[in-house]
Design a protein around this ligand. Structure first.
Ligand code: NAD
Length: 495
């Protein structure tokens, strides 16, 4: 019987479960361990532990909190191979891709090391006779992060370093499908000197997440996952009057203008659409070719490359690995079938690669002549499927993208500065690339989509991360020798 991953509470492994969920190695289909579903006492223990740790941690000078993060960064770099293997084993992505996710996570840690600079606040001297006023960022208290399966290290690191650098204590509820990276992060934080209770990991599924969201001691909820759940989590947390940010699904378009370098655009699409088997929220899943000659050239070049994709388990360093689960593979296969039924041209059929079982492998697929009424266009497929949509003008392409329900990322490949500028200004997406296929911002900028890709006003990390994990307190203070005044019952005004 494969073992259960422990929870992590008060800097120690903890047990306590009402049941468990299997964790598979997607490359073999084998169950390798289980994720415990935390019982009520375990969730209570984690919240209590985070609550107890809060005052002490919030009162440590911000620069000392940063020192823990500096040490954590060094430790994560030291253990990055083990972390990459852990991610690849449970997720199925290639080792180099797993290593890339660790790098992007480390960038957020580096950003968080400098957070004292962003906690400086604002100061107004002498707003009245002998009166000064300042606004300071104060931490919220116990905050919760709920994260998806596809970035088991990076997405928790979008939240944890920023939240704790700001003085909060944190409870992470990672994906039940890829639970182990969270525990590795927690171990390394302990080794870096993080006091007990500041970071806790509670495993489980939807019920575990909802118990955490509902608890009155939890001040804020940061969520990343599918839109259906993001919307529910945002509504649930907001109904309790809590601060929430909930990042959801995506359908990212890449426009190829007639003046673009077709080879470069195709190479960019290959990595962006098929890297991580398409299981990225910033994956390019729709290519919008402007003009039929551009579309014909893209279709031919992409089909050739897709047929040559090397698909295998992570340890052989392929282009892409398997999908996360059998049920997800079935969902992607169903969507491919719907594309055929609804009249799109299936130029490369990834279903033919199913013979590679055991494991949840699926080959790359390419559809041409995709139209907005089709399910493969409307829904996030989250698999190795690229859809080619033909448009005749840039205006029409922008209108198409802006009509889509999701607005995470969008890119344009062009040699024209004018087209690039028009696209950047008019497209309704949170992250825009010009000759860049996956425009994931650096950690000192914010990450987040528009429309149904994000619920809540604040994006992840960057200045928004600090805004999300702190609230302002404005202090007005008088220190001058003034004769005693009789009480005034009027609205205070500056004299
Ligand atoms: P998911 O929505 O199924 O699960 C995400 C997390 O929510 C998990 O921890 C899960 O246990 C929990 N959860 C599931 N149902 C819940 C419920 N009813 N109430 C509360 N919590 C619940 O997502 P997933 O399949 O793990 O991840 C893939 C999705 O995440 C894709 O849609 C992808 O686009 C999205 N994603 C978005 C971003 C982004 O930045 N916008 C980044 C990564 C992934």
């Amino acid at each position: 019987m494969p073992s259960c991953v422990p929870h992590w509470i008060g800097n120690q492994a903890a047990t306590g479960q009402t049941g468990s969920l299997p964790v598979s190695n997607p490359a073999t289909g084998e169950v390798i361990r289980h994720t415990p579903i935390a019982d009520a006492a375990t969730i209570e223990h984690a919240i209590h532990s985070a609550q107890q740790a809060f005052t002490g941690w919030a009162n440590i000078p911000a620069t000392q909190r940063s020192q823990v993060l500096f040490r954590f960064k060094a430790l994560l770099e030291q253990h990055r191979d083990a972390m990459a293997h852990c991610i690849a084993e449970e997720h199925g992505k290639t080792l180099s891709d797993a290593d890339g996710e660790i790098s992007r996570g480390i960038e957020v840690v580096e950003f968080a090391c400098g957070i004292p600079h962003l906690l400086k606040g604002e100061y107004s001297c002498q707003i009245g006779q002998g009166i000064d006023s300042w606004s300071q960022h104060t931490p919220l208290g116990v905050v919760v992060g709920i994260t998806p399966f596809n970035f088991p290290c990076m997405v928790p690191l979008w939240m944890i370093p920023v939240a704790i650098a700001c003085g909060n204590t944190f409870i992470l509820k990672p994906s039940e499908k890829t639970p182990s990276a969270a525990n590795m992060l927690a171990h390394l934080f302990k080794e870096a000197g993080l006091p007990e209770g500041v970071l806790n990991v509670v495993h489980g599924g939807a019920d575990t997440a909802n118990t955490l969201i509902d608890d009155a001691r939890v001040q804020a909820v940061s969520f990343v996952g599918s839109t259906a759940v993001a919307e529910q989590v945002y509504a649930r947390a907001s109904a309790h009057g809590k601060r929430a940010q909930a990042l959801g699904s995506a359908k990212n378009h890449l426009v190829v203008m007639p003046d673009a370098d077709i080879d470069a655009a195709c190479d960019a699409v290959m990595g962006a659409a098929f890297g991580s088997a398409g299981e990225r929220c910033m994956a390019i899943s729709v290519v919008v070719a402007i003009g039929d000659p551009t579309a014909d050239a893209m279709a031919a070049a992409l089909a050739k490359r897709i047929r040559a994709l090397r698909i295998a388990a992570a340890d052989t360093d392929p282009d892409m690995g398997p999908l996360i689960s059998e049920s997800h593979r079935e969902k992607v296969i169903d969507l491919i079938g719907s594309g055929v039924e609804q009249g799109a041209s299936l130029l490369v059929d990834g279903r033919e690669t199913l013979a590679r079982t055991p494991g949840f492998f699926l080959g790359g697929s390419l559809f041409d002549h995709v139209t907005p009424d089709m399910r493969i266009y409307q829904q996030e497929i989250f698999g190795p499927v690229a859809c080619l949509v033909r448009q005749q003008t840039l205006d029409a392409a922008i209108e198409l993208i802006n009509r889509h329900a999701y607005g995470n990322g969008a890119s344009i490949f062009t040699a024209s500065g004018h087209a690039a500028r028009q696209f950047s200004h008019q497209v309704m997406a949170g992250m825009v690339g010009v000759n860049i296929p996956i425009p994931v911002p650096m950690a000192f900028h914010c990450f987040g989509g528009w429309k149904r890709s994000l619920f809540g006003p604040l994006h992840m990390h960057g200045p928004d991360g600090v805004r999300f994990f702190t609230r302002m307190k404005t202090i007005t203070s008088r220190w001058h020798r003034a004769p005693n005044q009789p009480p005034s019952f009027d609205m205070p005004v500056v004299e």
